[in-house]
Design a binder for this molecule. Structure first.
Ligand code: PEP
Length: 250
């Protein structure tokens, strides 16, 4: 039985006060009787206060990134242990903005995954093709390669800590969304690729989120697809009504 998840990636948005305000609004507006797991990922400096503010709620807090090393001379970086020490047990890794702007490779992301798992963290593993890959019909190969190089070295036991987030890069922050059919086609491919590698138990249990310009008015149709188990939300996660609308569409 897989979990339905809606996660909000706040990126480099919201100062301390705005973070508190948005969390308070979410606490007021999110349904309390939902079986959807709700995750928010504010920026590093606001994680500790986000953990405090959500303590007695169903909202869970994730980091947007972390460093692969345990610690040391890595100016400006944050370790898994630091995150765990403030109560953050989930981390987004491999986001396309990390890959594009910070040159994170599949090998580096695999390294981060390994470190996060050592600390028993849950990982929202992001991957997805660029527009040029889709236009040359190589999107399935690209996605399979990202899975293979990023997480297919993991033992089967690690998969209870893995959430997959398929995010076609051409649909992130662009207002372009994969059609529900395109999302389902790729999610089914991803699940079957996991099945070939790890068997049915892992494939049937792993949650696969869709990310890319999900909004309250397109969420229901995307989430209705059988292999879409939720969403990773960027822009629309910054507005409480939009984010709650997306959770309610699940
Ligand atoms: C994202 O960055 O993960 C994302 C899905 O962004 P947006 O919803 O804004 O496209």
């Amino acid at each position: 039985m897989r979990t339905k998840i809606v996660a909000g990636n706040w990126k480099m948005n919201k100062n301390a006060e705005q973070t508190e305000d948005l969390i308070n609004e979410l606490i007021d507006k999110l349904p309390t009787d939902t079986d959807v797991k709700v995750v928010i990922a504010p920026t590093f400096v606001n994680l500790a206060s986000a953990v405090d503010h959500t303590e007695f709620t169903k909202i869970r807090v994730a980091a947007q990134n972390m460093h692969q090393a345990e610690g040391g001379a890595f100016t400006g970086e944050i370790s898994a242990d630091m995150l765990k020490s403030i109560g953050v047990n989930t981390v987004i890794l491999g986001h396309s903005e990390r890959r594009a702007y910070f040159h994170e490779t599949d090998a580096l992301i695999a390294n981060k995954v390994e470190t996060a798992l050592k600390h028993e963290m849950t990982i929202i593993f992001c991957f997805g093709e660029e527009l040029k890959d889709r236009s040359t019909n190589s999107h399935f190969n690209i996605v399979e390669g990202q899975l293979r190089d990023g997480i297919f070295n993991l033992p089967e036991s690690a998969w209870s800590n893995i959430i997959l987030a398929y995010e076609p890069v051409w649909a992130i922050g662009t207002g372009e969304t994969a059609s529900p059919e395109q999302a389902q086609e790729m999610h089914e491919f991803i699940r079957e690729t996991v099945r070939k590698q790890y068997g049915s138990q892992v494939a049937d249990d792993v949650s696969i989120l869709y990310g890319g310009s999900v909004k309250p008015d397109n969420a229901k149709e995307i989430f209705s697809k059988p292999d879409v188990d939720g969403g990773l939300i960027g822009g629309a996660a910054l507005n409480a009504n939009d984010f709650v609308g997306i959770v309610n569409a699940m």
